[in-house]
Design a protein around this ligand. Structure first.
Ligand SMILES: [Mg+2]
Length: 296
């Protein structure tokens, strides 16, 4: 998988090396940031969150090892992919580089193709780890901690720029009956099917995660509660067409969803106020008979 839009931070005190690496990466389609020393690198990392750092070891002031160690111990950048690009080529140097926490070590003078292959391999591997960590195994949607993280980011953004933001708490009604009567494998298949259906109804900019067993949370940027409710109503109708069956001729179990949709309000100081409101609305939808969307 090509990741040509990644931002790469290159750290080197020698201008001609910096220029050469910058040129090679830029030509390969990456976005490139340059730093002449480790202090500057650290501030660029926290400001721009690059996808990868390529750093020299011998730098004025703080050296590359220390830079790498500092990154490895700083939240939330501790998993940032890191490659050493150094003139130090003894086995001891390489071992120290890898033990410090670098993902790869390349010596100067380097070959363009080798640098690019290394960059691509490190980025690909990191990307696939990141995806595995973020996703729920069963449904492939964002897992609970990551949908909450998206909500936190969107909440902060919407508050800062005074933009609308809606959140919806979604729960499948009587799902326990499906598991009990049709078995857990059938229940799992149904969850996957509904997750896919919901994902298909959402727009590109929306986030959807599995919040609990049969509960989903969706984060809808640039959306009011009223518009969010229209979207959820569409989901509700589609899900209501699904019937779970134990066998071909057995009686079907109707599958429906209930949802609570709310939007960011001026008085919301933190995330939990928004989440609690969505939760209360979901509860109300259940109380009023399920298979409905409650909105406020
Ligand atoms: Mg140097």
């Amino acid at each position: 998988m090509k990741q040509k839009r990644n931002l790469i931070l290159v750290v080197d005190d020698e201008p001609h090396i910096l220029k050469a690496v910058h040129y090679i990466l830029d030509r390969a389609g990456y976005q490139v940031l340059a730093a002449r020393d480790a202090e500057e690198a650290l501030s660029l990392v926290s400001r721009d969150r690059p996808s990868l750092v390529v750093a020299d070891i011998m730098l004025p002031g703080m050296d590359g090892y220390k830079l790498c160690r500092r990154l490895r111990h700083s939240h939330p950048d501790s998993l940032t992919p890191f490659i050493f690009l150094s003139a130090r080529d003894s086995v001891d140097d390489r071992v120290k580089g890898i033990r410090t926490g670098a993902d790869a070590y390349l010596t100067k003078p380097f070959h363009r193709e080798e640098l690019l292959a290394m960059v691509e391999a490190v980025l690909d591997r990191h990307q696939s780890y990141a995806e595995q960590i973020m996703n729920d195994d069963l449904t492939g949607l964002l897992n609970r901690s990551h949908i909450l993280q998206r909500l936190e980011e969107e909440f902060a953004r919407a508050r800062r720029y005074r933009r609308p933001l809606a959140a919806a708490m979604i729960d499948l009604d009587n799902f326990k009956a499906v598991n009990d009567l049709c078995g857990h494998p059938a229940g799992d298949r149904l969850l996957r099917q509904i997750a896919q259906l919901l994902r298909g109804e959402m727009r590109k900019q929306d986030f959807l995660g599995r919040y609990g067993g049969e509960e989903f949370l969706s984060v809808l940027p640039e959306t009011t509660a009223a518009d969010g409710a229209i979207l959820l109503e569409r989901c509700r109708k589609k899900v209501a067409e699904i019937t779970a069956r134990r066998g071909k001729n057995s009686e079907g179990i109707p599958v429906t969803l209930s949802a609570g949709v709310t939007e960011l309000a001026g008085g919301d100081k933190n995330l939990s106020e928004l989440l609690d409101r969505a939760d209360c609305l979901l509860y109300r939808a259940k109380e009023e008979g399920r298979d409905r969307v409650a909105v406020r």
